[in-house]
Design a protein around this ligand. Sequence first.
Ligand code: SF4
Ligand code: F3S
Ligand code: FES
Length: 232
Amino acid sequence: MQVELRILRFDPERDTAPHWEAYTVRAEPMDRVLDLLHKVKYEQDGTLTFRRSCAHGVCGSDAMLINGRNRLACKIRVDQLGRRITVAPLPGLPVVKDLVVNMDGFFAKYRSVNPFLVTETPPPARERLQSPAERARFDDTTKCILCGACTSSCPSFWAQPGYVGPAAIVNAHRFIFDSRDEGGEERLEILADKDGVWRCRTIFNCVDACPRGINITRAILEVSSAIVERQG
Ligand code: SF4
Ligand code: F3S
Ligand code: FES
């Protein structure tokens, strides 16, 4: 079949503003949008710029706005979208070129919540043990691939770019509820800030956008409850 692919293009060395360009691409129903972008790049316009690496929904590098929703280009198929497909960069983040956005601020927020295991007590002789039930407590939030689809779909983040955003909270949750971790207090302190969890207005765009199906609003609620319990 033929698909009309409209892509929001922007070259900072040439353009003063982003503009749409349309391409007609031969496609199979099971092709992913990433396959179509490759066809445009290899067969029609080598200057088209986008990020990708694994092509299998693992690395998180090709999140973009596809038919009005943040998704991974390597996961969404033509048969799920139809013959007219629009692709734009992730909203709310500065565009570097075409579909590539600057993720520096996103990763700075991720780093701000100490997304690593913090321990104060001396290590045991062999390993820090954890029961299956303790591991299950934070299993959902271990699935994050840091694609940015959630934070960039959040109207609260668009309105308040200082908001730490759902991705950072998800990654804080992953450690706060890890029974081996001893840095939860500091993370809760960070997320109790005015740009922390209270900026969430339970809009749910983040949940719709997450390619890993993480229950982000539940994670945010659990972190907010932990902050309230700590203050009480
Ligand atoms: Fe992407 Fe989901 Fe992680 Fe957000 S929580 S960065 S949408 S994988
Ligand atoms: Fe934003 Fe998700 Fe909260 S879209 S407002 S972080 S529920
Ligand atoms: Fe790695 Fe899509 S290219 S998630």
